[in-house]
Design a protein around this ligand. Sequence first.
Ligand code: ZN
Length: 410
Amino acid sequence: MYAAVHGMTVLGLQAHLIRVEVDVANGLPSFEIVGLPNTAVREARDRVRSAIRNSGYQFPLQRVTVNLAPADLRKEGSGLDLPIAIGILAATDQCISSSLGKYVFSGELSLEGSLRPVPGVLTMAIALDKVNDESVLDEGGCIGEPYCLIVPSDNLAEARLVTKLETHSSAALAQVVKGIEMESFEDLILSRTTQPELYKEVNVDWADVHGQQHVKRALEIAASGGHNVVLVGPPGSGKTLLAKAYSGILPQLSEKESIEVTQLYSVCGLLNCNGSLVQHRPFRSPHHTVTKAGIIGGGRNLRPGELSFANHGVLFLDELPEFSREVLECLRQPLEDRELTITRQAGSITYPAHVSVIASMNPCPCGYYGDQGRVCHCTPMQIQNYRGRISGPLLDRFDMHVEVPRLNLL
Ligand SMILES: [Zn+2]
């Protein structure tokens, strides 16, 4: 007995259509998944088996083989749970529908058979919409049946951001099967209005920053031209405050930029499910102990780093010389190219890095070199070593170097 359904997997910022083939044959009971599954996909075996049983269906006591095609593409994430379960039910005649081929499923199964949200649904919807457009063109203008995306209820609002695509949702496996058979879905939109931590607006208004007129003017020029700026000044001169206020004077995100930012956060599972695009420019301020993988991305799962999270927004590097030299040198190429490609054993992925970098630093280790009110006790050697931590080529990427003196408010 054989059945094939469609699912999707996201690699980097790209979603791929996966054909899930299920074969149920006589033999000793077993359940194998082939086609380069990662650990999360391999673990689907246990979730799918329990979910099928607990939804009131029979799990076949036969040899079950699941093939994820194309076989040379890595499959990631728990979103393939649902198509695998539907494939098994279709192969064992527990889900009968003539239009099974037009659905694309994505969703994580719980052991009791309910559906949990998955990351990257917006990316999937955009990719599927493109596939639909291309299939229309391929057939010389005659419209084939377009794909329809089935997602967990928590993801529906996000999937519906792509308005051209037909999308439906269900809360549990049994409801999906019922929906396919009846060809009607109860689309529940769960709307939550809580904003995740990452988009919290920076609550510093440009107008609230008094004094430092020349710095404000420099930052205004930087904002209009998209320049990187380094602010040099003693502690307490307001460098951090100015950097925070800076993200407020940047123009609104355009729709294309907004989709790009939303997609990245969606793929990383950091998006809330109220189905709206990210409207504010991101402001990221990593601590100076950040690692190389933390800032440019990478690691075992090729996650994006702070640089990509700040895409179309501001990356604030407070205390620039305190960052490790290795981390700072990594920034040179992406700041020039506005994107970076990470290649690891797991593959190669390109992330966007269209950021304005605002960096701040003290003029010397004690911080008071050139200050009117305090005396600097640093030796010329110490000052030279401190400034030497930032290489010339990196400083070159900062178009504007602005001195921020301490204000005498008394
Ligand atoms: Zn000093």
